[in-house]
Each structure stands twice: as C-alpha cells, then as structure tokens.
Design a protein around this ligand. Sequence first.
Ligand SMILES: [Zn+2]
Ligand SMILES: [Zn+2]
Length: 99
Amino acid sequence: MNRMLTEFDCPSCKHSLVRRKNRYGYFWGCRNYPDCQMILPDEQGKPGKRRQKAQSTGEACPECGQGERVERTIRKGQRRGQTFIGCSRFPACTYTEFV
Ligand SMILES: [Zn+2]
Ligand SMILES: [Zn+2]
C-alpha cells in the first residue's frame, strides 16, 4: 500500500489534487497550480467539500494588494464561530484581521 498513489481529481480541471501543509494545517491544492488555483480543505486525509463562498467586503487586501478582504468564520478550535477578515487569496496570502 502506497499512500503517495492516492489520487483525487481536481473539481476544476483534469489534474489531480495534492495534499499540502501550511502553518494552519493541511489542505489540498491542484497539481496544476498556479494555473489552477483550486483549494480544498483537508478532511481526515481526504479533500473536503469546497467552502462556501466567503463574504466579500469589496476592499483590497492590505498585505498582498491583489486579493480581496473577505469575511470568514472559524470552524474549528477554541475560537470556533468567531468572525475574522481574511484574504481571498488564502492560503497564498495569510492576511487575517480579527474583528
Ligand atoms: Zn485543477
Ligand atoms: Zn492578501
């Protein structure tokens, strides 16, 4: 059994997804990145469902200048349910601001 052979299809293109890790934990990105920027959350080692579209604020991200500030809600951990502002380019940009 080779875990590296586990393949999941990207829902956006015909490439496969690869599991990656950043300082917030695991997520799934497309092998075709950066041409395809599909990102899926990790759910017990498998790609999870696509997150609901984040609430747009219509303001540019002050950190990268390319993304947009979007309102998100924390789903896990001690701060679950708390709202924060993040960048639409997450996880490429990790800008966050608690409100
Ligand atoms: Zn893709
Ligand atoms: Zn940003």
